[in-house]
Design a protein around this ligand. Structure first.
Ligand code: PLP
Ligand code: COI
Length: 340
C-alpha cells in the first residue's frame, strides 16, 4: 500500500497509525502482549500513573535503508534504560526480549509508514510503561500497561542541521540533585514545559539546564544531551547523575573516539567556560544532532562556530551517526537490529 504523506516535510508530531502493541501486567506477570488497532488506553481513574506519575517512556527509531529493508538502532539500550527507570519507580521490568519483539511487531505491522530512504524521515517508536489499577494511596500500582506506538517523524528542532540558539535557564531546573533526572519519567518533562515555552516565546529553540546543585555547569539541552568540540580535537559531554543517559550521546562518544580519532571526555562543562568550544550541539533520538549556533547566558550570546552554518566536526559526527543508522556505513557490532 502507498500512503499519502509528505515525507520530506514531516515535523515531530503525533500521527495515528493502524497498529500498536499492548501488554498487561497482572498477578505478578506480563501477558504475552498483542497488536491492537485501538489507539485509546482504558484505565482506572485511580491509576497511579495519572496521580503520582508512576510512568516511564522511551524514544527510538526505525530506519529504512537503501535496499528497502528496515532496522532499529540499539533497541537493547532503550530496553535497558526502561528497566533502569522501572527500578527507580518500583515498576516491573519489561524484558529486553519482550521489548525488542514488541518494537519489531509494531514496525512490521505499520511497515507502509516507515519513511522511504533518502527523505531523512524515520519511524519514531514511543514505548510507554504506566502504573494502572485502583490505587489511591501513594504506593506502587499492582497492574501495569506496556505499550509501543509509532509515527513517522522529521526533525525535532526545526531546521535539521541548521544551527539554532538556546538560552540558559537560571530560574528553573530540570531535575533535583538526587531526583529522577537520570530516569525517563514524564514528570521531568512536565516540569520543563514552562521554561521551554518561555524560551521559545523569545526566539530560542529551547532551554539549556544547569546542574541543580551549583547552577554553574551545563547539564541538558531541553530534551537532549549537550556536547562541545574544542580546537584540540576533543569531544566533551557533561557527566552528571541528573542527566538522562543518552543512547545517542554514548554512540557519539564511541564514534568520536574510534572513528574520528578524537579525545572524548565526560566531565564538567562550566557555563562560564564556553570559549574553549569551537562547536556545540544537542544530541538525542528525536534531536539526532542539532547544531547549537549560540547560547544566551545572562546578557551574552555566546556563538560557537556560526549561527548560520553547521561546523565541520559536527557535520562529520552527524554523517557518521546517521550513516550508521540508515545502513550506509558499517555499524559497530550489535548496534543494528533488522526488522524482518
Ligand atoms: N536528554 C533528555 C532529557 C531526553 O529526553 C532525551 C531523549 O530521549 C535525551 C537526552 C537523548 O537520549 P537518547 O539519545 O537516548 O534519545
Ligand atoms: C527522544 O529523543 O526520543 C525523546 O524522548 C525526546 C523528546 C521528544 C521527549
Amino acid at each position: 500500500m502507498t500512503v499519502n504523506i509528505d515525507w520530506e516535510n514531516l515535523g515531530f508530531e503525533y500521527h495515528k497509525l493502524p497498529f500498536r502493541y499492548i501488554s498487561y501486567y497482572k498477578d505478578g506477570k506480563w501477558d504475552q502482549g498483542q497488536l491492537t488497532e485501538d489507539a485509546t488506553l482504558h484505565l482506572s481513574e485511580a491509576a497511579p500513573s495519572l496521580h503520582y506519575g508512576q510512568q516511564a517512556f522511551e524514544g527510538m527509531k526505525a530506519y529504512r535503508t537503501k535496499d528497502g529493508s528496515i532496522q532499529l538502532f540499539r533497541p537493547d539500550r532503550n530496553a535497558a534504560r526502561l528497566q533502569d527507570t522501572a527500578d527507580r519507580l518500583l515498576m516491573p521490568q519489561v524484558s529486553t526480549e519482550q521489548f525488542i519483539d514488541a518494537a519489531k511487531q509494531v514496525v512490521k505491522a505499520n511497515e507502509d509508514y516507515v519513511p522511504p530512504y533518502g527523505t531523512g524521515a524515520t519511524l519514531y517508536l514511543r514505548p510507554l510503561l504506566i502504573g494502572v489499577g485502583d490505587i489511591i494511596g501513594v504506593k506502587p500500582a499492582d497492574e501495569y500497561i506496556f505499550t509501543i506506538f509509532a509515527m513517522p517523524v522529521g526533525a525535532y528542532f526545526r531546521g535539521g542541521l541548521k544551527p539554532t540558539n538556546f538560552i540558559v535557564s537560571e530560574a528553573y531546573d530540570r531535575a533535583a540533585p538526587h531526583g529522577t533526572g537520570a530516569a525517563k519519567v514524564g514528570g521531568n518533562y512536565a516540569g520543563s514545559l514552562l521554561p521551554g515555552k518561555k524560551a521559545k516565546a523569545i526566539g530560542y529553540s529551547d532551554v539549556i539546564y544547569l546542574d541543580p546543585t551549583t547552577h554553574t555547569k551545563i547539564e541538558e539541552v531541553g530534551a537532549a544531551n549537550f556536547f562541545g568540540i574544542t580546537a584540540n580535537n576533543e569531544f566533551i559531554t557533561p557527566l552528571s547523575p541528573s542527566i538522562l543517559p543518552s543512547i545517542t550521546k554514548y554512540s557519539l562518544l564511541e564514534i568520536a573516539e574510534k572513528r574520528l580519532g578524537m579525545t572524548v571526555i565526560e566531565g564538567d562543562i562550566p557555563v562560564a567556560d564556553l570559549d574553549k568550544f569551537t562547536e556545540a550541539g544537542a544530541c538525542g533520538t528525536a534531536a539526532v544532532i542539532s547544531p547549537i549556533g549560540g547560547i544566551q547566558y545572562r546578557d551574552n550570546l555566546h556563538v560557537f562556530y556560526s549561527e548560520k552554518e553547521v561546523g565541520p566536526v559536527t557535520r562529520r559526527l552527524y554523517d557518521e551517526l546517521v550513516g550508521i543508522q540508515f545502513g550506509d556505513i558499517e555499524a559497530p557490532e550489535g548496534w543494528i537490529v533488522k526488522v524482518e
